[in-house]
Design a binder for this molecule. Structure first.
Ligand SMILES: [Zn+2]
Length: 290
């Protein structure tokens, strides 16, 4: 998970742009009358987000009983997210705020949408609030029960507020086999609070990062195999282990929790792998039929 900078827009600015394309004058009046309450809620979101207490915000089926959940969802879909609408530039700017266009929730796939951190099906008040709209890939844009936390530790990480990439927490393990499999686990440091440790584990599970990295690792293993069998310098298990260790160290320098670094470290530390287990990669289904 990557932390990204806070949005440059406020909910008041979003509403201003959204109502430009509305024809229902009654709705425009009801919406503009809610700018203050939505801005107040946005301030509360900012305070709670900074201390990982967004789970304490109650669900809302309307905005102050004046604008319904369905109207707010329609406002999002038919004005903010609609191509060509006056508000669409805000949607595009929020989506573009992820560095390199990479989804900050999985750090792997390409951003294609905005994810409502507090589900838009349950929080009328935060349907168009920029702080609640996180650039995301399609797979990470979920509205599942698993993302309706009842306590702090059940929350997933929020890219605008949470920072977990200074310290190593992603680790990996090689399962001997033909072919070998690389497994990933979230093991946060015990120096972190119970809640923060739990949030990292929850994020890892909800966004299926273990499965995602395992799939990528199976592809990377093909490269490892090719390098090892073609190298004339790597003659024994110790040399192979040192070679893999040096790759792990280089992969870790830019990104402490890179899955590649975790994988190469696990390979380097596996006696089975370094003393010939790597030859089993030749049985990878990815190499069959070539
Ligand atoms: Zn993603």
């Amino acid at each position: 998970m990557k932390r990204i900078r806070l949005p440059d827009f406020t909910v008041a600015q979003v509403l201003d742009s959204c109502v430009e394309s509305l024809r229902d004058e009654g709705l425009v009046l009801r919406l503009t009358a809610q700018v203050a309450s939505l801005s107040f809620a946005e301030g509360d979101y900012n305070v709670k987000g900074a201390v990982a207490e967004l789970y304490m915000i109650p669900e809302s089926s309307s905005v102050e009983g004046q604008v319904t959940l369905e109207e707010m969802k329609s406002l999002y879909t038919n004005t903010l997210a609609r191509k060509g609408s006056p508000a669409r530039h805000i949607y595009d700017a929020l989506r573009a705020s992820a560095p390199g266009g990479i989804c900050p929730l999985c750090s792997q796939r390409v951003v294609s949408t905005l994810d409502h951190h507090l589900a838009k099906s349950k929080h009328a008040v935060f349907t168009v609030t920029p702080l609640n709209l996180v650039p995301a890939c399609k797979d990470c844009n979920t509205d599942s029960q698993a993302r309706r936390p009842l306590e702090a530790g059940e929350q997933t990480l929020h890219p605008y507020f949470d920072s977990v990439d200074e310290v190593l927490w992603l680790v990996s393990q090689v399962l001997p086999g033909s072919p070998p499999v690389v497994r990933f686990m979230a093991v946060p440091p015990i120096t972190w609070s119970e809640e923060k440790q739990s949030m990292v584990r929850q994020h890892f599970i909800v966004f299926k990062l273990g499965e995602l990295y395992c799939t990528h690792a199976a592809v990377e293993l093909i490269n490892v195999y090719q390098d090892l069998v073609e190298s004339s310098e790597l003659r024994d298990a110790q040399q192979i282990s040192m070679h893999l260790h040096s790759i792990a160290n280089r992969r870790r320098r830019p990104f402490v929790n890179s899955w590649q670094a975790a994988m190469y470290q696990a390979l380097a530390e596996s006696d089975w792998f370094c003393s010939g287990g790597y030859l089993e990669i030749s049985n990878s289904p990815l190499l069959q039929g070539l």
